[in-house]
Write a protein that binds this ligand. Structure first.
Ligand SMILES: O=P(O)(O)OC[C@H]1O[C@H](O)[C@H](O)[C@@H](O)[C@@H]1O
Length: 324
């Protein structure tokens, strides 16, 4: 063998290049995951562009995912962050969306992965700074829909859903565009299942003195008290926070801040926990006692309808901050 004393010792790495976010496509091209150089990670199913995992640098999972969730594209995912579009729940009285299944088709259609972009920390001078965040873009258009969904909602649209993993935050944002000539209306919601330790220790602030409808009480309207919200039975409420469409909602556990949610152009916040009986009634909800370890706080635009004329665009989203 020829001796090469000056042989490069590490062809695989480029000296001087700061650490990069890693993006992987796996499970026969059906999942996209990203890991920051500091260890935070996110995993997204192309089915529904559903975020199924978000972990901090220590590997602690922030989202609740049912042990019986279907991850094979046969059913909307029970857990993580399913995306609701173009209807929240069902809307039998709204003719254009009346034929759609509960929560629409976005969570049960296969999206396209459009690619990633990264951004570095603000300490630009430091050459050792690595990627501080990674943004993954997903797209959905009529050509991705099943024939059934196409028939049920025959409008021309384009969606771009961006999931940005940061050091301490996860940002989800949606751009909705009317690509056709006819105007149409939609609702949307980011159905986040937060992982918690004990529902009895949870309090939520940011929803005080705010109008809400209670789906447990046949959609009756109320104004919430000026105190934090706690949960002790089945809860399914649609709040319009008095602080406006970008006011923060804070989830505390045992009095300590656990998550903060800041919305952009999302006027409503849905709070849902099925509690014991309904959890048992859902075939894909496991374990039965899992309702104690999850809480859905969902940012959405779900009261009334967002109307888009030809060529118009709507944009909205949320930033979720996780405390350690
Ligand atoms: O069972 P799903 O279709 O996933 O819906 C789960 C829940 O979503 C939202 O939180 C609604 O407000 C609830 O009424 C519904 O039960």
């Amino acid at each position: 063998m020829v001796d090469r004393p000056k042989k490069p010792s590490a062809l695989a790495t480029t000296p001087g290049l700061p650490p990069q976010a890693q993006v992987n496509i796996s499970h026969s091209n059906s999942r996209v995951s990203a890991v920051l150089p500091t260890g935070e990670s996110v995993e997204i199913l192309l089915y529904g562009a559903t975020i199924i995992s978000w972990k901090d640098a220590k590997g602690n999972e922030k989202l609740w995912l049912s042990e019986a969730a279907k991850l094979d594209g046969s059913k909307a995912v029970r857990g993580g962050v399913p995306l609701v579009f173009p209807v929240f729940g069902t809307a039998p009285d709204h003719a254009p969306t009346s034929k759609l299944p509960q929560h629409g088709f976005a969570r049960s259609s296969r999206w396209e992965f459009l690619g990633k972009s990264t951004s570095e920390s603000s300490t630009l001078s430091s050459s050792s700074a690595g990627d501080d965040s990674v943004k993954l873009d997903f797209g959905l258009s009529p050509s991705n829909l099943s024939e059934e969904s196409r028939k049920a909602w025959p409008f021309e649209f384009g969606l771009i859903y961006s999931v940005t993993l940061g050091r301490e935050s996860l940002t989800t944002s949606l751009v909705v565009r009317n690509e056709g000539e006819k105007a149409w209306e939609f609702q949307t919601l980011m159905h986040t299942y937060f992982r918690i330790k004990d529902i009895s220790q949870i309090s939520i602030t940011g929803l005080e003195s705010s109008p809400y409808t209670d789906k447990v009480l046949s959609g009756a309207s109320f104004t919430s008290p000026s105190t934090a919200l706690t949960l002790s039975s089945k809860t399914d409420r649609v709040y319009t926070p008095a602080g406006g469409p970008s006011s923060a909602v804070i989830i505390k556990e045992g009095g300590k801040k656990k998550f903060g949610i800041v919305r952009d152009n999302m006027s409503e916040v849905v709070v849902w926990n099925p509690w014991a009986e309904d959890a048992r009634g859902m075939a894909d909800f496991s374990p039965n006692e899992g309702y104690k370890e999850m809480l859905c706080v969902e940012a959405g635009a779900v009261k009334g309808w967002q109307k888009l004329e030809q060529g118009e665009t709507w944009e909205g989203g949320q930033v979720i901050m996780a405390a350690n």
